[in-house]
Design a protein around this ligand. Structure first.
Ligand SMILES: [Zn+2]
Length: 362
């Protein structure tokens, strides 16, 4: 009887191996844990996963005038493998690695790389292959400085989207506002720039932990530009002492926060192992908004961790399944369940937050 069978299935416990997918490991091809960590974070990005698994990306790729489609194709194939292989299996990302190296030769070879740099290259590469804009219009030279800030931000965003418009960008790109105020005449000039992630400085305290809010407040703190750093005020027509401040004009659906643990990404000389306390739920960013805004609450779903030193280190990922809601540790080919109480740690390097839907907050 059909009804009986459905009844049996309904009684299966949540987390049954038949229903949980996406718990597939990635083989290490020699110092490729940075890549594996990022791939697992992206594989657990619900909308990106659906874009790949439901083959929506094929519609965007199926344009005969495209020059390159191999990176997006291999990325989607890999995500499909990760979500159809049996649990505890491990797949090799070698085909994908070949394509990312073609796109970004910097990742050729088997040297340990920076996961944040890799994420930027990867998202940029995927975006460019599924960009809905095939012929970019000439950049407009019209000055928008006469417009009110909010309108200027909107116009700048429209200009950006006339050139860069993809499903990848729909998820990850936000808009940052920087305001420069002249201390001589009070004139305030604004600039609006798209961002794919935010690099947050870690405040130095004598001891103990800092919070993610401390990092965000330091990032958005008013900064004085003086001495050699003095910018030119367009009203004073001279270099003057100015204050600079960042705020968020447009919040992205997926917010990637990069904790600046390394003195410099390329030539690493030191690493901060400060414990940054971050919330798993209800990260409220309204105080960092450029205008009053009532929808800027995020929930964490993935973390890329770096353990070890600047010279030798290892990357892993903690991800919350978009299907089961359970957290797992992804350590190259090994995938193991974990408690959400262990997600916070001093190895956290990249935090992946998803904008909470307004309805789920009511
Ligand atoms: Zn001035």
């Amino acid at each position: 009887m059909t009804g009986a069978r459905i009844g049996t299935r309904a009684r299966l416990p949540a987390g049954n191996s038949k229903t949980v997918q996406g718990l597939t490991g990635l083989r290490n091809l020699g110092n490729t844990c940075f890549m594996n960590s990022i791939l697992q974070c992206l594989s657990n990005t619900r909308e990106l996963r659906d874009y790949c698994l439901q083959s929506q990306y094929l519609r965007d790729l199926n344009n005969t005038s495209r020059m390159h489609t191999a990176l997006m194709s291999e990325f989607a194939k890999l995500l499909q493998l990760l979500w159809t292989s049996p649990p505890n299996d491990a797949v090799s990302p070698s085909e994908f690695k070949t394509q990312i190296q073609r796109y970004a030769p910097r990742f050729v070879g088997y040297n340990q790389q920076d996961a944040q740099e890799f994420l930027r290259f990867l998202l940029d590469g995927l975006h460019s292959e599924v960009n809905r804009v095939l012929v970019r219009p000439r950049a407009s030279a019209d000055n928008l400085d006469h417009l009110p800030d909010e309108e200027k931000g909107r116009q700048m965003w429209r200009r950006y989207q006339e050139r860069e418009d993809s499903r990848i960008g729909d998820l990850f790109v936000g808009q940052l506002k920087s305001s420069l105020t002249c201390s001589e005449c009070g004139y305030c000039s604004t600039a609006f720039d798209p961002f794919w992630d935010l690099s947050l400085p870690i405040p130095k305290k004598g001891y103990g932990e800092v919070t993610l809010m401390d990092c965000l407040r330091l990032f958005t703190k008013e900064d004085v530009l003086d001495g050699d750093e003095k910018p030119t005020c367009c009203r004073c027509k001279a270099r003057t002492r100015c204050t600079k401040k960042f705020s968020i004009q447009k919040f992205p659906k997926i917010l990637v926060l990069h904790l600046k643990r390394f003195s410099e990404a390329r030539i690493r000389t030191s690493k901060l192992t400060t414990f940054v306390n971050f919330p798993l739920r209800d990260l409220d960013l309204r105080e960092f908004a450029a205008q009053s805004c009532n929808h800027a609450v995020y929930n964490l779903y993935a973390v890329s961790n770096h353990s070890g030193t600047t010279m030798g280190g290892h990357y892993t990922a903690y991800c919350r399944s978009p299907v089961s809601g359970e957290w797992h540790t992804f350590n190259d080919s090994r995938v193991t369940p974990m408690s959400s109480s262990h997600v916070r740690g001093s190895d956290a390097y990249l935090l992946f937050y998803e904008l909470a839907s307004p309805s789920s907050r009511m």
